[in-house]
Design a protein around this ligand. Structure first.
Ligand SMILES: Nc1ncnc2c1ncn2[C@@H]1O[C@H](COP(=O)(O)OP(=O)(O)OP(=O)(O)O)[C@@H](O)[C@H]1O
Ligand SMILES: Nc1ccn([C@@H]2O[C@H](COP(=O)(O)O)[C@@H](O)[C@H]2O)c(=O)n1
Length: 230
C-alpha cells in the first residue's frame, strides 16, 4: 500500500503524541516527536551554560547547533522511541519542568528551527511517517496527505499532565503545570518564525471530552479514509 505523511499539530499536552504513537505502531509507520528535538536542544543549552536564568547566548548556540545530534531509538520496555542527545538517552531529562519552562524561548530562534526542520524533512523523505509538533502541517510537511490539529481546554490539558506525573510518582503542582501550558501556548502562537496555527487543510479535533480510545478510533478512521477513499 502506498505510504503517506501524517502531520499532527496542536497545543501543548493535548494528546498529540499519544494518538500519533498509537497510530504509527498500528500501521507500521515511523513516529517522530518533533517537540523532543526542541527539548533536546534546550537541555543541551542548559547543560552547556548557554541558557542561564532567562538569558540565551544565541551566538554560542548558533556556532554549536551542528554539534547537537538528536536521534531516536525504540525502547523495548515501553515500546516507544526514546530521545538521544549526542548518543546519550535523555528521554527523562527532557521532560523536566526546567526544560518545559525554557523550551519555547529556544524554539523561537530561527536558526534552531531551520536546523530542526531540515532534520525532520530528511526523516520524512520516504513518507510512512507520523510526526507531531507545532509546525508540521504548515512548514515541515506542507504537502502531508493527512493533517490534524488537536486542541483541548488548557485546564483539561494541565490536569492530564498532572495525573500523568502523579501516576509516575513525580512531584507536580497543577498550578505550575497550568501556567507552563498557557505560557508555552502563548509563545508558540506569537513567535515570528512558524507560529503555531492550524494549517488551512488540517482537520480540527477538540478532544476535551474524548477518551484516548475514542481519539485513536477517530484518527484511524481519518487515516483509512485517506488511504482507501472508496
Ligand atoms: N483524550 C484523552 N483523555 C485523557 N487523557 C489523555 C487524552 N489524550 C492524551 N491524554 C493524556 O494526556 C497527557 C498528555 O498527552 P500527550 O503527551 O500525548 O500530549 P502532547 O500533545 O503530545 O504533549 P506535548 O505537547 O507535551 O508533546 C498524557 O498523560 C496522555 O496519556
Ligand atoms: N514542531 C515543534 C514542536 C515543538 N516545538 C516547541 O517545543 C516545545 C515542546 O514541545 P512538546 O511537543 O514536547 O510540548 C513546544 O512548546 C514548542 O515551543 C516547536 O516549536 N515546534
Amino acid at each position: 500500500m502506498k505510504k503517506i505523511t501524517i502531520a499532527i499539530d496542536g497545543f501543548s499536552s493535548c494528546g498529540k503524541s499519544t494518538m500519533a504513537k498509537d497510530l504509527a505502531r498500528e500501521i507500521g509507520y515511523i513516529y517522530i516527536d518533533s517537540g523532543a528535538m526542541y527539548r533536546a536542544v534546550t537541555l543541551y543549552s542548559i547543560e552547556n551554560g548557554i541558557f542561564t536564568g532567562t538569558a540565551i547566548d544565541t551566538e554560542t548556540l548558533k556556532q554549536r547547533i551542528n554539534d547537537i545530534q538528536i536521534s531516536f531509538q525504540l525502547n523495548p520496555a515501553t515500546g516507544r522511541p526514546d530521545t538521544y542527545l549526542n548518543g546519550v538517552n535523555v528521554e527523562d531529562k527532557i521532560r523536566s519542568m526546567e526544560v518545559s519552562n525554557k523550551v519555547s524561548p529556544i524554539s523561537t530562534l530561527g536558526f534552531v528551527r531551520q536546523e530542526m526542520v531540515k532534520q525532520q524533512q530528511a526523516m520524512g523523505e520516504r513518507k510512512g511517517i507520523v510526526m507531531d509538533g507545532r509546525d508540521i502541517g504548515t512548514t515541515v510537511f506542507p504537502d502531508a496527505e493527512l493533517k490534524v490539529f488537536v486542541t483541548a481546554s488548557a485546564e483539561i490539558r494541565a490536569q492530564r499532565r498532572y495525573d500523568e506525573l502523579k501516576a509516575k510518582g513525580q512531584e507536580a503542582s497543577y498550578e505550575e503545570i497550568l501556567a507552563n501550558v498557557k505560557q508555552r501556548d502563548d509563545i508558540d502562537q506569537n513567535r515570528e518564525v512558524s507560529p503555531l496555527r492550524k494549517a488551512e487543510d488540517a482537520l480540527l479535533l477538540d478532544n476535551s471530552h474524548l477518551t484516548i480510545e475514542e481519539q485513536r478510533d477517530w484518527l484511524r478512521e481519518k487515516f483509512q479514509s485517506v488511504v482507501n477513499p472508496d
